[in-house]
Design a protein around this ligand. Structure first.
Ligand SMILES: O=C[C@H](O)COP(=O)(O)O
Length: 244
């Protein structure tokens, strides 16, 4: 399947820097689909900057409710209205910083699907869980709790991001990534059937130009969710190139 290379810009950059980075990505042709997820306030500017190119734009979160008294929050429809097509949900930084639970992520995912946004649902174990031999079990539990019915049929995306690999320069071994991705595929096909054979499974956590080709060549790795390296156009485009 065609890989998806997604950049999560997290809480970085000014409006001018976001627009400049988006401009720099526009010309970067590759065999992969490209997506960037800027902070909420930069989405519209980035949508304008990439207009006419193949680069898609997404949010980094949305509220589970369609509207209402939720100070500081943004709805899925607002993201859609601003020109976003995707939204990252359940990132480990939101699970840690905002106490997001699997049930909460599932509700947000339903909200995203209801307005036609493609959700990218993140799962992944902590270092302690991996050391205790629980990585696979943790990921499977997060998947069953975070994904609503109809997820695979609607084209939802899953990102495996071991918490201890995010922003640390450390990655699991290739065998470990392949094992988790294989397990995720089995769980998804078990629940959603044939539709889940086409669900894109991204790997995230210290993906760089130097390790991207090896990671992206692994079975059931259908793309990457890139943090730090997505803030440098040349690095992000090199990762996209490594994808095909
Ligand atoms: O969403 C992206 C991930 O958290 C990965 O971040 P990183 O590439 O900086 O390790």
């Amino acid at each position: 399947m065609r890989p998806l290379i997604a950049g999560n810009w997290k809480m970085h950059g000014s409006l001018a820097e976001a627009s400049r980075l988006a401009e720099e990505l526009k010309g970067g042709a590759s065999g992969a689909d490209l997506l960037v997820c800027p902070p909420f306030l930069h989405i519209q500017a980035v949508v304008s900057a990439v207009q006419g190119s193949a680069v898609a734009v997404g949010g980094q979160d949305c509220h589970a409710a369609a509207k209402g008294a939720h100070t500081g929050d943004v709805s899925a429809a607002m993201l859609r209205d601003a020109g976003a097509t995707h939204v990252i949900l359940g990132h480990s930084e939101r699970r840690a910083d905002h106490g997001e639970t699997d049930a909460g992520v599932r509700a947000k995912t339903e909200a995203a699907l209801a307005v036609g946004l493609t959700p990218i649902v993140c799962v992944g174990e902590t270092e302690a869980q991996r050391l205790a031999g629980e990585a696979e079990r943790v990921v499977e539990t997060q998947l069953s709790g975070s994904l609503p019915d109809g997820f695979a049929e609607a084209g939802g995306v899953v990102a495996y991001e071991p918490v201890w690999a995010i922003g640390t320069g450390r990655t699991p071994t290739e065998d470990d990534i392949a094992a988790i991705h294989g397990a995720m595929r089995r769980v998804l096909v078990g629940r959603f059937g044939k539709a889940a054979e086409g669900t894109r499974l991204l790997y995230g956590g210290s993906v760089k130009p130097g390790n991207a080709a090896a990671i992206l060549a692994l079975p059931h790795v259908d793309g990457a969710l890139v943090g730090g390296a997505s803030l440098v156009a040349a690095d992000f485009l090199a990762i996209a190139k490594a994808a095909g």
